[in-house]
Design a protein around this ligand. Structure first.
Ligand code: HEC
Length: 489
C-alpha cells in the first residue's frame, strides 16, 4: 500500500505559508454550482469517479493561469481513469464572461465552478489560488489531499504529491489526508466567513422573514410542499436539510439562469445574502435567540381555491387507480357546457389523488364535432391547465388569454401512477375568465423528442428539438420537463 505524506517544511519556507488545516473539512458536503459555460454540476452526481480534483482559480490572476496549465497536463494524463477535474472560482465579483476569457487565454477547456454565494468556498476553507483539493467519493466524499498542483522541491527532488494521491485513489488504496505546503498564489477573499459573527444572526429578525418571503408560498397549510413553516421548532428540525437544499440549489424550486438580460415575472430566488444568512445561521447551530417567533402568525392556510371560486369547474372523468401495475396515459375528453365563448385568464388544477396523479396536461378542441379531416378547425388551441406535483395555480399575464369556443371540448392527458392502494381520482380544473377579450392569444406547444435511445455509458447525451413559429410571437413561458434522466435544458 502506498502512502502519501504531508510535508510542512519546504525549500520555499520563506515564501510558503502553511495552509490552515484546522479549518479544513474532513468530508465535503454535497453542493451544486454552475460553471462558466452554464453547465450545472452536483458533487454527489460523481460518486462513481475514483477521485474529484478541485483547484481554486480567479480570472484575474497570472498564478491561476500557470496552475491551470499544469493541472490540464495532469488531467490529460488521467483522462482514461475517470478522474474528474474542476476549477472553482470563489471571487463573487467576477463574471462568467471574464472567466471564459481567462480560460480562452490559457487555452484550456475545464469547467470552472462559479461560487457567487461563496458558501462552498467557505466550507472548503479555500485560501489561495492554485490550491488543489482532492475528494474521494468512495469514502463518502472525504478530503484526500490539499496542496499544490505540481511537485514540491523538498530537498529530495520534486515529489509529485498530487499525482501520487491520484494513483493511490485509482488503485483503491486507503489514502490518508495529505496536506502539503505550497507557495501562495493570490489570496481568496471570503468576507462572510467569520464564524464568530454567525452566532449573532437573529432567527426572529434575520432568518424567519426570509423563510416567510421565499418559502411561505408553498410551505404553508394547504400548500404544495410537504411541511409547513409552523414555528421555530419545525425549522430547527429541518435545519440540516434546509442547508442541503440551499447548497444544492433545490429550494426554492426556481431554476432559470440569472445571467440573462431582463427579469422574470415570477422570479423567486434567494439572493446570495439571503442564502448566506440562512446557511450561516444553521451552521452556527440554528439558535433560537431573542424575540417573538414570527412564524407563529405569519402565514394563513391556503384556501381550497387560492385564486378564489372559479368561474367554471371542469370535472375530469373519474378514474379508478389500481393498487399496483404500470398504467397507460388516459385521455379523457370533456365537452364544454358553456353556451358563450370565453377567454381564459387563469387555471388551477386540483388533483383528486395527490399520490396517484403524476401529471395533467390539456388542450382545448374548439369544435368537438368537426370531422377529423378538418384539422384546422380541430387543432387544440392552448393549454387549459397543467399539473405535476409541486405545481401552483397558473395565471396568464394581463391582456393574454386562451379562447374557449362554445361547442368545444377540454382534452386531458392524465398520467396516473400506482402507489400500493386503490383510489378513485376526481381531478377538478378551475377556470377563471377575462371580462374583456385580451390583446394577445395564448397558445402552447410541446417542443420535444420522445423517440431516442441514450447509448450505454454516454454521460452527456444531447437531444435537440425545435418548433417553427408561424407568426411573430411573444414568448410567455417555458416549462422544461425531462424526468430524472435530464441534467439541463
Ligand atoms: C414553489 C413552491 C416551493 C417553494 C417556494 C419552496 N419549496 Fe421547499 N418544497 C417544495 C416541494 C413541492 C417540496 C417536496 C419536493 C419533493 O418531494 O421532491 C419541498 C421540499 C422541501 C424540503 C424537503 C427536502 C426535499 O428536497 O424534499 C426542504 C428542506 C425545503 N423544501 C426547504 C425549502 C426552503 C428553505 C425554501 C425557501 C428558501 C423552500 N423550500 C421554498 C416546494 C417549495
Amino acid at each position: 500500500m502506498r502512502k502519501i505524506f504531508a510535508f510542512t517544511a519546504s525549500a520555499f519556507a520563506l515564501s510558503a505559508l502553511t495552509l490552515s488545516a484546522e479549518a479544513s473539512p474532513t468530508y465535503v458536503d454535497n453542493f451544486r454550482l454552475v460553471d462558466h459555460e452554464r453547465v450545472s454540476h452536483e458533487l454527489y452526481y460523481y460518486q462513481d469517479a475514483p477521485a474529484i480534483v478541485l483547484m481554486t482559480v480567479t480570472a484575474d490572476s497570472d498564478f491561476s493561469v500557470r496552475a491551470i496549465e499544469a493541472l490540464a497536463e495532469l488531467r490529460d494524463e488521467y483522462a482514461a481513469e475517470g478522474v474528474r477535474f474542476y476549477l472553482i472560482n470563489p471571487d463573487a465579483t467576477e463574471t462568467r464572461t471574464e472567466m471564459s476569457d481567462a480560460m480562452a487565454a490559457a487555452g484550456v477547456d475545464m469547467p470552472v465552478l462559479m461560487d457567487a454565494r461563496q458558501l462552498v468556498s467557505e466550507s472548503l476553507a479555500l485560501e489561495t489560488t492554485g490550491e488543489v483539493l482532492v475528494i474521494n467519493p468512495r469514502t463518502g466524499f472525504q478530503l484526500a489531499y490539499r496542496g499544490p498542483v505540481s511537485g514540491q522541491v523538498d530537498g529530495r527532488g520534486r515529489t509529485p504529491y498530487l499525482a501520487n494521491a491520484l494513483d493511490a485513489l485509482i488503485a483503491g488504496d486507503n489514502v490518508e489526508m495529505a496536506s502539503v505546503d505550497m507557495r501562495r498564489g493570490d489570496s481568496v477573499v471570503l468576507p462572510h466567513a467569520n464564524t464568530s459573527l454567525h452566532q449573532s444572526i437573529s432567527y426572529a429578525e434575520d432568518v424567519a422573514p426570509i423563510l416567510v418571503e421565499r418559502c411561505g408560498g408553498c410551505h404553508v397549510a394547504g400548500g404544495i410542499a410537504p411541511w409547513e413553516l409552523a414555528d421555530y421548532e419545525t425549522i430547527q428540525g429541518w435545519a440540516p436539510m434546509i442547508r442541503e437544499v440551499i447548497r444544492t440549489d433545490r429550494m426554492p424550486p426556481y431554476f432559470p439562469d440569472f445571467d440573462h438580460a431582463g427579469t422574470f415575472y415570477s422570479e423567486n430566488e434567494l439572493s446570495p445574502e439571503e442564502a448566506r444568512t440562512i446557511v450561516h445561521w444553521i451552521e452556527a447551530g440554528a439558535p433560537r435567540g431573542e424575540g417573538e417567533d414570527p412564524l407563529l402568525d405569519a402565514l394563513e392556510p391556503l384556501p381550497e381555491w387560492p385564486l378564489g371560486e372559479p368561474d367554471y369547474i371542469v370535472e375530469v372523468t373519474p378514474f379508478d387507480i389500481p393498487a399496483t401495475g404500470i398504467l397507460e396515459y388516459e385521455y379523457p375528453t370533456i365537452p364544454n357546457q358553456m353556451e358563450e365563448g370565453r377567454w381564459l385568464r387563469a387555471t388551477h388544477v386540483r388533483p383528486g389523488s395527490n399520490q396517484g396523479v403524476h401529471h395533467v396536461t390539456s388542450g382545448y378542441i374548439q369544435n368537438r364535432n368537426a370531422a377529423v379531416d378538418e384539422i384546422e378547425g380541430n387543432l387544440p388551441s392552448g393549454s387549459v391547465g397543467s399539473y405535476t406535483p409541486g405545481q401552483n395555480p397558473q395565471e396568464f399575464h394581463e391582456g393574454v388569454g386562451t379562447y374557449l369556443s362554445p361547442g368545444g371540448a377540454f382534452r386531458f392527458s392524465m398520467h396516473y401512477t400506482t402507489f400500493g392502494l386503490e383510489e378513485t381520482d376526481r381531478t377538478q380544473v378551475g377556470l377563471y375568465f377575462h371580462d374583456e377579450p385580451p390583446e394577445l392569444i395564448m397558445r402552447s406547444t410541446v417542443i420535444g423528442d420522445s423517440n431516442f435511445v441514450i447509448p450505454a455509458g454516454e454521460e452527456n447525451f444531447h437531444i435537440t428539438s425545435y418548433t417553427l413559429f408561424p407568426a411573430d410571437a411573444e414568448l410567455y413561458t417555458l416549462y422544461p420537463h425531462a424526468h430524472y434522466r435530464g441534467k439541463r435544458v
